[in-house]
Design a protein around this ligand. Structure first.
Ligand code: NAP
Length: 299
């Protein structure tokens, strides 16, 4: 394991022994390092991804690091609501508790495409798939004391808007705009879930985080020339805001990111949520869309 990450874990991470933590997209990048660190300090971690080979390889790699907890694989394609439903059912038969769900998986600026259910792929994977997964596992979260949902957003949520007339590629594809929209949806979801949990006394915290600019496979669709001009953190460092959101003393609505200029790099601190994420009417409408199109009503 990278010695800087080891040092950070020793200085900052308390034992997570006895906790069951599910990380979507945990086979790569930020999810991988978050899973590794959490398993290292005793958590029972499940990494759920769409590609069995890659997920199994990540499980082997994490085991080889000598963990205190456990690491297991799950296969789910967030671009398919059927797959999400099947995976949630499997998860419920295999595990008896869920302390933390980390909604981490994501795609950024891919070529135009749609999910199995007809959503623009970034909105469909980054938001709709996670909405459905969270809803389908929500009763397990509710019955696990001190549970939380951690959702990955991005600086890109700033200045974005939810265009309810363009969730299914109704308008000409704009790869950047659609990514920004999906990440705004993630943070609106976080805030709304927290409000709903608090109002009903569910005891489930809902927290967001982002990794600034971190070099991972997320940038696979970007122009290498543009990438070459950007400054990135390494993936282990980009995972630190996630680790604080998962293990820290937090309250619903908290949002962690790197503490450097523009929140692009640095070490975890509270970040700034854009005003666009605070519109209650948009949040209500987005939630209604989520329930309607997924058929998942949070219990
Ligand atoms: N890196 C950054 O600078 C940055 C900045 C802001 C926000 N973020 C957010 O951080 C999160 C993690 O991204 P990363 O940077 O670690 O990128 P990454 O290395 O590409 O990891 C993304 C993970 O999501 C998985 N995934 C993609 N589509 C999926 C699907 N349909 N079903 C299930 N899993 C799927 C990927 O699986 P495969 O391995 O099979 O592709 C991969 O495991 C994302 O939500 C991203 O938006 C990252």
């Amino acid at each position: 394991m990278n010695s800087d990450l080891k040092h950070w874990i020793n200085a900052n991470l308390q034992s997570q022994k006895g906790k069951t933590i599910l990380v979507t997209g945990g086979n790569s990048g930020i999810g991988y390092y978050a899973a590794l660190a959490l398993a290292k300090v005793g958590a029972d971690v499940i990494i759920a991804g769409r590609n069995a080979k890659r997920v199994d390889q990540a499980v082997r790699d994490i085991k080889a690091e000598g963990i205190e907890g456990s690491i297991n694989a799950g296969i789910v394609d967030l671009a398919s609501l059927k797959s999400v439903q099947e995976y949630a059912e499997q998860f419920r038969t295999k595990y008896s508790r869920l302390d933390v769900l980390i909604n981490n998986a994501g795609v950024m600026m891919p070529p135009e495409g749609a999910t199995e259910d007809g959503f623009e792929s970034q909105f469909g994977i980054n938001f709709i798939g996670h909405f459905a997964l969270t809803g389908r596992l929500y009763d397990m979260l509710k019955s696990t004391p001190g549970s939380r949902v951690v959702t990955l957003s991005s600086i890109a949520h700033r200045g974005a808007q939810i265009d309810f007339d363009n969730l299914r590629l109704e308008k000409p594809y704009d790869t950047r705009r659609e990514y920004y929209q999906s990440k705004l949806a993630d943070i609106i979801f976080t805030l709304e879930l927290g409000r709903r949990s608090d109002a009903k006394g569910d005891g489930v915290l809902s927290v967001a985080c982002h990794p600034g600019f971190t070099k991972t496979e997320l940038q696979r669709h970007l122009d290498p020339e543009i990438l070459g001009k950007m400054t990135f953190m390494e993936a282990w460092q980009g995972a630190l805001p996630t680790l604080v959101a998962v293990t820290g003393h937090v309250k619903s609505g908290d949002y962690f990111g790197p503490d450097g200029p523009g929140e692009m790099g640095g070490f975890p601190a509270l970040g700034v949520i854009d005003g666009a994420a605070l519109d209650a009417a948009v949040a209500d409408r987005l939630w209604a869309v989520g329930e309607d199109v997924t058929g998942v009503v949070f219990p």
